[in-house]
Design a protein around this ligand. Structure first.
Ligand code: NAD
Length: 343
């Protein structure tokens, strides 16, 4: 018997597809909404190959209120919603803020309106560690202050959390905002992974793209930071670990273990890896040589960020399990398969 019917918005995207796999493996029935603005429909076939279960798929733009209302009118038996759908490119959001405010906020509003109308209660929201900015101390716990967002993208996450909070106060909606640190890597099957349709800005896809020859050289943004090797430190963790956290967040709410109507939880490995450490591990594990060069610091980059994920362990029973070697190995395998498939 199914553990429940879960709507996954953005379910053909990078984190969404991994989460659909873990939900189905855990015995949930999944229905996906995605408008394929940053993903492909063949991801559904890949998920089906991995789990032997074809998830239900609706190609809907969540900004289209009528289509979203129609969907919910026909699907009243949703036990939980994981809302991934959003635009996520920080740089693009600076150049085109309204595209980001419109897509990320209007889609959320449509979900919340329908949750209220149909008295649906369990929402898991994709938030980000960007809400903490440059922290005063690391590791960063949920008590750390929220600082003014550096980009319109980051601001959409902060505003979304506020909108959700206000909704939980006046309705049956309970929500968990998962604040991710830096998810990387790909599924062990090598059938799903990250698909940067635009030029990526984060380390792992730039690294794999440089190694495969899509980008000429990797520039390390700053080697004069006050860190052991001078390069910036981030909390990388495997996307499959992140996917499992979503499954746990859904059962946390289904079993009503959440004491608060709105809970914030940090998700990371609690380890900080420097840019050079990641590069060295990538070269060693994959037996490759990377073309990289030290460059100047990048505006807006923070020095050192890693999570205190003890709340995730306490509340969800979740801990990141996979090592940096598994992250770099699966990321590289995935990039090679993209080349083989001419993507
Ligand atoms: P992604 O771009 O791979 O997936 C997002 C999916 O949402 C895509 O498939 C896209 O087509 C879909 N989508 C976007 N707008 C939509 C709309 N209006 N209607 C329907 N579908 C729409 O991104 P991801 O890396 O999987 O990120 C998922 C979520 O996690 C996002 O909310 C992102 O902001 C958040 N997040 C990601 C990271 C990261 O490092 N990847 C870190 C922190 C937070």
């Amino acid at each position: 018997m199914s553990k429940g019917r879960i709507l996954v918005t953005g379910g053909t995207g990078y984190i969404g597809s991994h989460t659909v796999v873990e939900l189905q493996n855990a015995g949930y029935e999944v229905v996906i909404i995605d408008n394929l603005s940053n993903s492909y429909s063949w991801i559904i076939d890949s998920i089906t190959k991995i789990t032997k279960i074809k998830p239900e798929f609706h190609e809907i733009d969540l900004c289209n209120g009528k289509d979203v209302n129609d969907f919910f009118n026909k699907n009243k038996d949703i036990d939980g919603i994981i809302h991934f759908a959003a635009f996520k490119a920080v740089g693009e959001s600076v150049e085109n803020p309204n595209k980001y405010y419109y897509n990320n906020l209007v889609s959320l509003m449509h979900i919340l309106q329908n949750m209220q109308k149909h008295k649906l209660s369990n929402l898991v929201f994709s938030s980000s560690c960007t809400v903490y900015g440059e922290p005063e101390k690391v590791p960063i716990s949920e008590e750390a202050p929220i600082v003014k967002a550096e980009s319109p993208y980051g601001n959409t996450k902060q505003i979304s959390e506020e909108i959700i909070f206000d909704n939980t106060k006046i309705s049956e909606i309970s929500a968990v905002a998962l604040r991710y640190f830096n998810p990387v890597g790909a599924h062990e099957s090598n059938l799903i992974g990250e698909l940067p349709l635009n030029k990526p800005q984060s380390l792992m896809p730039v690294l794999t793209q440089t190694c495969i020859g899509k980008q000429e050289k990797l520039f390390v943004h700053g080697n004069d930071y006050p860190t052991p090797d001078g390069t910036a430190i981030r909390d990388y963790f495997h996307v499959s670990d992140l996917a499992i956290a979503h499954v746990k967040a859904i059962s946390y709410m289904q079993e009503k273990r959440n004491k608060d109507k709105f809970t914030f939880i940090n998700l990371g490995s609690e380890k900080g890896y420097s840019v050079l450490e990641v590069i060295e591990e990538f070269e060693k594990i994959n037996n490759v040589k990377l073309n990289y060069e030290m460059g100047p610091r990048r505006a807006g980059d923070v020095i050192r960020v890693y999570a205190d994920s003890s709340k995730a362990l306490k509340e969800l029973g979740w801990k990141a399990e996979k090592s940096l070697s598994e992250m770099v190995r699966t990321a590289w395998k995935w990039e090679q398969s993209l080349k083989d498939n001419k993507i």
